[in-house]
Design a protein around this ligand. Structure first.
Ligand SMILES: [Zn+2]
Length: 216
């Protein structure tokens, strides 16, 4: 038998011949483990950012406030600690539009930073610049790269400190030489980013805090 705990829902998988009472007893014997999983997942949910509800979003490890305003057209006015999101009264799906505008502004900030650092690290690592840079929303990866030298980075990285983003950049650039996680790959990462273990642990421990939930 097996238990799955996901999104605060407990599912038990059992063969058809097993009686219900047996399943219940078995589940009861696992209740501490189930409770721990539920608690862990609840905490994971809590750490995500709610940019619209809290009217705050973290950019490069710094808090920015978010203000909504009405305008004749949709755009974002941005300073070094604030986003003012203007939408027109006529727009039906305000939440969707605001999300789209904010994500676009964040994407631009992340792209600018990554382009600058890519240029620096490509020179350090004697690599030609990547053929393509894509910023996107991904559930399970911070970055990726392929044999066509196309690099992808997760938009949520925009909330991380600069040195953490640098680690992801070096990690992906090292993949241009080693398309695997062999010891030769890690040696190359370590050569250009000695603190890679700390940065990788930071992403494991704080990665969830970079995720956004757009509700209001
Ligand atoms: Zn990798």
């Amino acid at each position: 038998m097996a238990i799955k705990v996901s999104q605060q829902l407990v599912t038990v998988y059992a063969p058809t011949h097993v009686s219900k009472i047996h399943i219940e007893q078995w589940l009861l014997s696992k209740k501490e483990w189930v409770a721990a999983q539920l608690h862990k997942q609840l905490n994971a949910i809590d750490v995500q950012q709610h940019p619209f509800k809290s009217q705050k979003v973290t950019v490069f490890d710094k808090p920015y406030t978010i203000t909504f305003a009405k305008g004749t057209r949709a755009y974002v006015q941005q300073s070094d600690s604030e986003f003012i999101i203007y939408t027109s009264k006529r727009v039906k799906k305000q939440l969707e539009k605001r999300k789209q505008l904010l994500c676009l502004a964040l994407e631009e900030m992340l792209t600018n930073y990554i382009e600058m650092r890519l240029a620096y690290y490509c020179q350090q690592m004697s690599e030609a610049l990547p053929t393509k840079l894509t910023i996107g929303s991904y559930k399970r990866k911070w970055g990726s790269c392929n044999s066509r030298r196309e690099l992808t980075f997760n938009l949520n990285l925009v909330g991380a400190p600069h040195h953490i983003i640098d680690y992801v950049i070096v990690h992906e650039l090292a993949h241009l030489t080693h398309l695997n996680h062999s010891s030769a790959f890690w040696k190359r990462v370590a050569k250009f980013y000695p603190d890679y273990k700390l940065a990788s642990a930071w992403l494991k421990n704080h990665g969830a805090t970079l995720q956004w939930v757009f509700d209001n």
